[in-house]
Design a protein around this ligand. Structure first.
Ligand SMILES: Nc1nc2c(c(=O)[nH]1)N[C@H]1C(S)=C(S)[C@@H](COP(=O)(O)O)O[C@H]1N2
Ligand SMILES: [Mo]
Length: 335
């Protein structure tokens, strides 16, 4: 049976691009098509990918559409940043075997009226689950496009009732040197991984708490059993395997900002006009393809900022020219 995420390319690509691409591929001829075919999946990777089982899959939201094909699932599952295991991107999936993601407890506390602990099963039952097609842009100038399953983080935050002085949200990832070889080998890193958002960013409709991908639970290498996804920010703002969400009055420190403050600032909205100190952010390599694309401001999610009133400024970094930029570009969110 064809799984629901195996959508025809024309559904994920605007029609004119799809037609141009077809004409282009036709002109290349059969030999070139063989060279373009995705590499065979690494042997053994399937064993790291959970099977589709209820309550998955969830209904796909029509609101979040892509301008490019989805990344092949085995490509996404074999090219990961998860330093708790290794810095070698195609090595993470080989080292996740000893990581136990069941049972799992997520603690939500800090400046909230109802601090609570949740199991992932609780969340799957309580939260408004859906599937969303999102682009993901790493600060290292590569990208992918994947179908996440999850719920808007704001649904969870509303449930614990943030206090009026809660202005930031801090996330803490799981860390255990016995289960995660990178934590033992790279003991000089300030484990556990920690990240943060302003509360208006955390409450933004785009901010997803993801429990699944490609219509099933998350493979461990993608941050099982629950990770954050902020598609308008660089990938390191999306912490994996989260165990604690804490609401705070003051801006929290973040892992990469503490390591290299001039390279990984707290806000870190995707911006092709602001190079990383050591490389350009103007383009991105689409993993699993030979495609190199122009990177879009806010990773193409700027239109969502204009739609939400006052938090708009949260998506508009000062360097990109303020709300006028989104207005000038005339984008409006899908309805
Ligand atoms: N705990 C933790 N979360 C993390 C990271 C990490 O090393 N540890 N890497 C980040 C980076 S740099 C990226 S690009 C994404 C990668 O997510 P993916 O492997 O699911 O594509 O996870 C982010 N979240
Ligand atoms: Mo990244």
């Amino acid at each position: 049976m064809r799984q629901p995420w195996h959508i025809p390319e024309r559904e994920a690509t605007p029609e004119h691009l799809y037609l141009n691409r077809r004409a282009f591929l036709g002109a290349l001829g059969a030999g070139a098509l063989v060279a373009c075919a995705p590499a065979k999946a690494a042997p053994g990777v399937e064993a790291t990918i959970p099977k589709a089982a209820p309550p998955y899959p969830f209904r796909r939201s029509p609101r979040y559409t892509l301008d490019r094909p989805l990344t092949d699932e085995t490509v996404a599952a074999t090219y990961n940043n998860f330093y708790e295991f290794t810095q070698v991107k195609d090595g993470v999936w080989k080292r996740v075997g000893g990581f136990r993601v069941e049972p799992w407890t997520l603690t939500v506390d800090g400046l909230v009226s109802k601090p609570q602990k949740f199991s992932v099963d609780d969340l799957l039952k309580m939260m408004p689950m859906e599937e969303r097609l999102y682009r993901h842009r790493c600060v290292e100038a590569w990208s992918m496009a994947v179908p996440w399953s999850g719920f808007p983080l704001r649904a969870l935050l509303q449930r614990v009732e943030p206090k009026p002085n809660a202005r930031y949200v801090r996330f803490v990832s799981f860390s255990d040197a016995r289960q995660m070889p990178g934590v033992a080998e790279e003991a000089w890193y300030p484990w556990p991984y920690y990240e943060g958002l302003r509360i208006d960013e955390a409450m933004h409709e785009l901010t997803l708490a993801a429990t699944g991908i490609y219509g099933h639970a998350l493979p461990k290498q993608h941050g099982a059993p629950l990770r954050i996804v902020t598609p308008w920010k660089y990938g390191y703002k999306s912490p994996k395997s989260v165990v604690r969400i804490e609401l705070l009055e003051k801006q929290p420190h973040t892992f990469w900002e503490d390591l290299a403050p001039n390279e990984y600032p707290f806000e870190s909205n995707v911006n092709p006009a602001v190079p990383h100190p050591r490389w350009s952010q103007a383009t991105e390599r689409v993993i699993g393809t030979f495609d190199v694309r122009a990177t879009m401001p806010f990773n193409g999610y700027g239109a969502f900022a204009a739609a939400i009133g006052s938090p708009t400024r949260s998506l508009i970094s000062r360097r990109s020219g303020g709300p006028a930029t989104a207005a000038r570009e005339g984008r409006s969110p899908p309805r």
